[in-house]
Ligand binder design. Structure first.
Ligand code: GDP
Ligand code: MG
Length: 399
């Protein structure tokens, strides 16, 4: 069986692609509509995705209710000659004049629809089984939940295969046990770093936040600084690297004033070194980085020289969980070149696909430090906890 996925702006466009690439015999197995952010996450664009298959192994279905052709595709793309009611304009008068004929036609259509519905369900199940082989029926539902939360298919398969291998048959029948064990498997997959802690006795513990523009670095610095200072009673100094003079400083200055922390703005690696040295009486120094465009490699190179000069104790790559997995990965690749010790995910309150956090943490092999859950300073930040993330993935809900 050959499986392919097509994406387009509308269902009609996607169907045209299916027909032209796979021919009229292709069977639609699954459709979904999702939104992707474009232009640095400012615009949401709807994408229709169709998964279609060719050469389905029909021997799996013992008694096909219909001839082995492509009823779904043809029903959607080029309506077949169904009873009169499928072509209402042509036959409307006739139907209206004979209520019995009308009822019969509607009945016929209802039957046709329910046959199609059960075929689609059957095919979707087959498709899932082929993607997640050897999974008992009870676990398929959980596999689907992981996929819906955007956990990568290979990760979802691995998690459920582990689960199948660890559960006894009697446990498998107990939904509460299955969910608990599944959560444990997910938790094991997500490395977390714990909170920012100063271990040294002298000098500040220096933390830098890097990442694309608009992900929430400055807001997160303000949250971290406020919590360290106001809740934990630590002394905190703030530094912002702003070589572009884009006035991003005002935002942090406001927070620095409220918290009562010093803020230094630096324009060169030397100034940054001096600024850190000047804050030697602080227990923590948090470095914010302003930027114009995340794709500007020259600026990334510049950022690297700043980070090298600062010699921070930890560098957190800040990523927005509402951006597509593709964009997150390309940002991670670019900033990975600068230096990344931990990852921090923002805007979990706006994301329904928390699986992305798991995928990216696994892919980068970096531990999750914090997640942020809203715009409020200082409350909307939490230490990254594997169990919390696992439960969000399993519930399919946002925070
Ligand atoms: N919904 C939501 N918005 C956030 C969160 N963190 C930051 N923001 C918003 O994202 C926007 C950009 O934040 P900013 O800190 O300026 O991003 P920076 O360019 O990386 O410094 C602002 O409107 C913030 O209020 C979060 O956790 N959830
Ligand atoms: Mg900023």
């Amino acid at each position: 069986m050959q499986l392919r996925t097509f994406s387009a702006g509308t269902m009609a466009e996607a169907l045209v692609q299916v027909k032209s690439e796979m021919g009229g015999d292709a069977v639609i197995l699954h459709t979904r509509t999702y939104h992707r952010r474009r232009w640095l996450g400012l615009r949401r664009v709807a994408i229709v995705e169709i998964t279609a298959g060719n050469g389905l192994n029909r021997s799996r279905r013992p008694a096909p209710p219909r001839p082995p052709q492509n009823p779904i595709l043809s029903a959607l793309a080029a309506p077949r000659q169904l009873p009169a009611v499928t072509n209402p304009q042509q036959n409307s008068r006739q139907i209206l004049e004979t209520p019995a004929a009308n009822t019969a036609a509607v009945l016929n259509l209802t039957q046709e629809m329910s046959t199609l519905k059960s075929m689609v369900q059957d095919l979707v199940k087959q498709s899932r089984q082929s993607q997640a082989p050897n999974l008992p029926e009870d676990l398929l539902e959980h596999y689907t939940q992981l996929i819906q939360s955007q956990v990568a298919t290979e990760l979802a398969s691995e998690i459920l295969t582990n689960l199948r291998n660890t559960l006894r048959p009697d446990q498998m029948r107990n939904a509460a046990i299955v969910t608990e064990k599944l959560s444990e498997q997910l938790e094991k997959m997500l490395p977390v770093s714990g909170p920012i802690v100063r271990k040294k006795l002298h000098g500040p513990h220096v933390v830098a936040l890097i990442g694309p523009t608009g992900v929430g670095k400055t807001t997160t610095i303000a949250k971290l600084a406020a919590n360290l200072k106001l809740r934990e009673g630590k002394t905190v100094g703030l530094i912002t690297i702003d070589t572009y003079r884009i006035a991003a400083v005002d935002q942090l200055k406001k927070y620095a004033d409220i918290i009562g922390s010093p803020l230094r703005v630096v324009g060169s690696p030397e100034e940054l070194k001096e600024a850190i040295a000047g804050m030697s009486d602080c227990e923590f120094v948090l470095i914010d980085t302003a930027g114009r465009s995340p794709t500007d490699t020259l600026k990334l190179q510049e950022l690297k020289t700043f980070i090298q000069a600062a010699e921070p104790d930890e560098v957190h790559l800040v990523l927005s969980s509402v951006v597509s997995q593709e964009n997150i990965e390309s940002a991670a690749l670019r900033f990975g070149n600068v230096r990344v010790d931990k990852i921090l995910f923002t805007k979990l309150d706006e994301s329904v696909h928390v699986g992305v956090v798991l995928n990216v943490a696994r892919k980068l092999g970096k531990a999750l430090s914090y997640v942020t859950t809203g715009q409020d300073v200082p409350d909307d930040i939490e230490e990254g906890k594997a169990r919390r993330l696992a439960q969000l993935i399993l519930s399919g809900a946002s925070v």
